[in-house]
Design a protein around this ligand. Structure first.
Ligand SMILES: [Zn+2]
Length: 299
């Protein structure tokens, strides 16, 4: 765990410090932090060294150090259905296969079978299911079985960007840790709320209204150019957020549906360049960027 635990990590840190590890945890939140926390927590559970755990020096910590991550293939044809954290036999890790839109039921069944055996050498073992928001109904049922009758000396850690789609019966059996959105997302900055709001509705904004909006960036070049730079930054963040959201609800097999978004990413990148390197008119740049964003968000 982090040496200066944030509020979010307090529950996990307390569990490790008191050696009272629950049978299931649910870590939710966007970004990498819930995943990293799950990994460090799992490593801490099997660590046999001094607190704070993971101690990074005992034999278990050495085994659980993640050197090279093995890519999981959800079908088991080209890669494993699950992997270990580092090469620690008592730390199991399941996630969505590289080209999969789901955590497959076969992966959860494989995990169930693996957990029928005793822990390999540790007092307790940990199975992490990352991408838990990608478990379909059938896989959630299998998981529920594991939560209702946890295998002895086993802790399950679910990691999900959002727990909204997960069954209440699954959620209620877990100790929950919610991670706040990462502060470095400029859209969450209170100063940017107004533009963030407008951007989130741009798909439904008419062309004349978009052109009106671009007029905000008239006037003295330096401040206008700075404001457009800022707009481009927020536009890119908004585009990333909307593509991320659509990927998690629609899956990635609708490749062509993302075309306009890709075009908009390119256009916005180009806008940044012309603004900085070619002294382009800020209002014109804003216009071009906003129209590209509007195109990307129309459906
Ligand atoms: Zn250790």
């Amino acid at each position: 765990m982090s040496r200066a635990p944030s509020d979010e990590l307090a529950l996990l840190t307390r569990s490790l410090e008191s050696d009272r590890i629950h049978s299931a945890y649910l870590l939710s939140g966007r970004g990498d932090r819930p995943r990293e926390a799950a990994q460090e927590f799992a490593r801490g559970v099997v660590c046999t060294g001094a607190h704070p755990r993971p101690c990074e020096s005992c034999g278990d910590c050495q085994r659980s150090t993640t050197r090279k991550e093995i890519a999981i293939d959800g079908t088991g044809k080209k890669g494993p259905l699950l992997r270990h954290v580092g090469d620690h036999a008592d730390l199991l890790w399941v996630e969505r296969g590289a080209n999969d839109t789901r955590v497959r039921i076969g992966q959860v069944r494989f995990l169930q079978n693996a957990l029928r055996l005793r822990p390999a050498g540790s007092d307790r073992r940990v199975a992490v299911i990352a991408d838990a928001e990608w478990l379909n109904e059938e896989a959630q049922n299998a998981l529920l079985g594991l939560l209702e009758e946890p295998p002895p000396r086993t802790t399950l850690v679910l990691v999900a960007a959002t727990s909204a789609g997960m069954r209440a019966t699954v959620r209620s059996r877990c100790q929950k840790v919610a991670f706040r959105p990462e502060a470095n997302d400029p859209l969450d900055d209170p100063d940017n709320i107004e533009i963030a709001e407008r951007l989130s509705r741009i798909g439904q904004t008419s062309v004349p209204d978009v052109l009106d909006w671009a007029e905000d960036y008239r006037g003295a070049r330096a401040p206008a150019a700075a404001a457009v730079q800022h707009l481009l930054l927020l536009g890119l963040a908004s585009l990333r957020r909307s593509v991320g959201g659509r990927l998690s609800t629609e899956g990635s097999d609708t490749g062509t549906a993302y075309r306009p978004a890709l075009d908009a990413f390119r256009t916005l990148g180009d806008c940044r360049k012309t603004l900085v390197q070619r002294n382009a008119n800020p209002q014109m740049v804003a216009e071009r960027a906003l129209l590209a964003l509007r195109e990307a968000e129309r459906r």
